[in-house]
Design a protein around this ligand. Structure first.
Ligand code: FEC
Length: 312
């Protein structure tokens, strides 16, 4: 009988409906329900983007389907096959549900990978910890992909997106050399720096690799979507950077959210609505690179990382 290798594909998760936002937000806040004002603020942001459909869910579903297909191409299918399972951080099926399903299906050996290319102990590290605990309890031997932020296919896919938007700036009458490319990723509390966390450096490595491949001359890195908590978060924030750039008479900005792989709230609201509105006020022409979603080059990146982890 051919053996099955489980692949636990982990992603952030999104509510199923507007009514599900409160439970989702409570999970993000480790069981503490949001105040009515906090809840209303988040509901309004989702209302502005979703129109009843939460794009992250279908994007993740599609990524998982395509990864399973590409993983099984070109291997001896009579010997073994890869079977993908979803495990979400803050929504069903949770990471623990995904591991449990693997155990029910008789999986003994599995690989875990997160749909986020850069490692932080507070992001990818926390997904891995939860999967590791559950798989140990259920007797599944698991290895994990920690990061894949400079995989050549990933850099190729991101570089193509930067170049495509620079072409659009030219079509709109700007000189591509005058466009400021603003790489961005989700901010995290500043205390990760004291832990020697690799997250900021890995993000800079991705940015530099894209700069090298595209010949971009003007670029900066900024953080986005910081939590609304009392502790300090990594900065500068994209919105503050736009203000600074405006003072320096920069008129064309391309934001490249390289820390994210899908269209979702942090891109469709924080950049496309919030940052776009500020740019209009500042008389800056702002464009954003398209998200990877199920780009074949991204799927190849995930495939290579999973196979390498399995063969370790
Ligand atoms: O479209 C969607 O429905 C989900 C969009 C979404 C993604 C995402 C990715 C990351 N987050 C990361 C860190 C934090 C930390 C906190 C935090 C809070 C939120 C809230 C929402 C939310 N995040 Fe998220 N994140 C997404 C959505 N995130 C909604 C709660 C309201 C708000 O602050 O806007 C603060 C938690 C706390 O209070 O303790 C920290 C990181 C990523 C990128 C890596 C990954 O995908 O895992 C890091 C997508």
């Amino acid at each position: 009988m051919k053996s099955k290798v489980g692949v636990l594909v982990m992603s952030y998760g999104t509510p199923e409906s507007l009514e599900g936002i409160e439970a989702y937000y409570t999970h993000i806040r480790r069981g503490h329900p949001p105040t009515p004002e906090q809840l209303q603020d988040l509901v309004s942001r989702y209302e502005a983007i979703v129109g009843g459909v939460f794009p992250l869910r279908e994007n993740t579903n599609q990524q998982v389907r395509e990864l399973q297909a590409i993983l099984n191409q070109g291997i001896d299918q009579s010997e073994f096959e890869y079977v993908c399972y979803q495990g979400l951080k803050h929504a069903a099926p949770l990471i623990e549900d995904g591991v449990e399903q693997m155990a029910k299906d008789g999986i003994k050996r599995a690989v875990g990978i997160v749909l986020a290319p850069h490692y932080s102990v507070m992001s990818v590290g926390s997904y891995i910890k939860r999967a590791q605990e559950k798989s140990t309890e259920l007797g599944i031997e698991m290895t994990f992909v920690e990061s894949y932020h400079v995989h050549p296919q990933l850099i190729q896919a991101l570089s193509e997106r930067v170049s495509a938007k620079l072409d659009q700036f030219e079509e709109a009458g700007a000189n591509r050399k005058d466009v400021m490319v603003l790489f961005s990723a989700h901010s995290l509390p500043k205390r990760i720096l004291e832990m020697g966390d690799p997250y900021p450096e890995q993000l800079l490595e991705t940015s530099r690799a894209i700069v090298e491949q595209t010949g971009v001359t003007q670029w900066q890195f900024s953080w986005q979507s910081a939590g609304r908590t009392a502790e300090p978060w990594l900065g500068p924030d994209v919105l503050d950077t736009l203000q600074e750039l405006s003072k320096e008479q920069v008129k064309n900005v391309l934001v490249a959210p390289v820390g994210f792989v899908s269209d979702h709230l942090e891109v469709l609201y924080d950049l496309d609505i919030e940052a776009q509105a500020i740019s209009k006020e500042l008389d800056i022409r702002l464009m954003r690179t398209d998200s990877l979603n199920s780009d074949p080059l991204y799927m190849e990146t995930l495939r290579d990382a999973v196979r390498a982890s399995f063969e370790k």
